[in-house]
Write a protein that binds this ligand. Structure first.
Ligand code: SF4
Ligand code: SF4
Length: 190
């Protein structure tokens, strides 16, 4: 999955330089911390940025099925892609984690969010709701492909919304555990 969706640019977004932990030999950053190289005009070391930063693109940059107006900093949804080891019962060879990086409750109540989840579940695409942990902690996620959600997608937006709200409540009460870094020596966390 190397192609990018034409016409989509990161612009002022820097969510992937903040939300996830980065744990590579040439750069480390704890989850939730702004990378030290982030500036108002973008990455301060753009030409010399590490390989992981050169090759990483979120789901919005990679998948046409994600709506054009879902740039993560504007929509509050950071779509992380899962590739490899996708169980065979799903129809796509990737999975989506919809990480809520804005106002979570407002986001999941938006009709466009409910409709996107409905499309994924109805089309049997692996999709989870994600919640970033506090600084330095692992994020949490819960799958949305289940019988109750599938039945809700056949009935109404209101029922899908109810399940999303229950799922979010479980995620926000999650016991977040620390992310143990494997690498060290190049910590760019602020
Ligand atoms: S989260 Fe996506 S849109 Fe935002 S900077 Fe990263 S790759 Fe670009
Ligand atoms: S070094 Fe990487 S994570 Fe840091 S600001 Fe630049 S692109 Fe983002």
């Amino acid at each position: 999955m190397n192609a990018l969706v034409p016409g989509r640019e990161c612009g002022n977004c820097n969510i992937c330089c903040i939300v996830p932990a980065i744990d590579k030999p040439d750069i480390q950053k704890i989850s939730g911390a702004v990378c030290r190289n982030c500036t108002a005009r973008g990455c301060a070391i753009y030409e010399a940025r590490p390989d992981v930063c050169r090759t990483y693109y979120c789901g919005w940059r990679r998948l046409e099925l994600i709506d054009a107006d879902w740039r993560p900093d504007l929509s509050g949804v950071f779509v992380e892609l899962e590739v490899g080891n996708i169980p065979p019962q799903y129809n796509a060879n990737f999975g989506l984690i919809l990480v809520l990086v804005g106002n979570p409750l407002r986001t999941i109540r938006e009709p466009r969010f409910i409709d996107f989840v409905t499309r994924c579940v109805a089309n049997n695409i692996m999709v989870s709701l994600g919640f970033p942990g506090p600084h330095g902690k692992q994020s949490a996620q819960l799958p949305l492909n289940n019988k109750a959600m599938l039945e809700a997608t056949r009935r109404s937006r209101a029922e899908v919304r109810l399940i999303l709200e229950k799922t979010l409540k479980r995620l926000s009460g999650h016991n977040f555990i620390p992310y143990d870094m494997v690498h060290g020596g190049q910590d760019f966390s602020t």
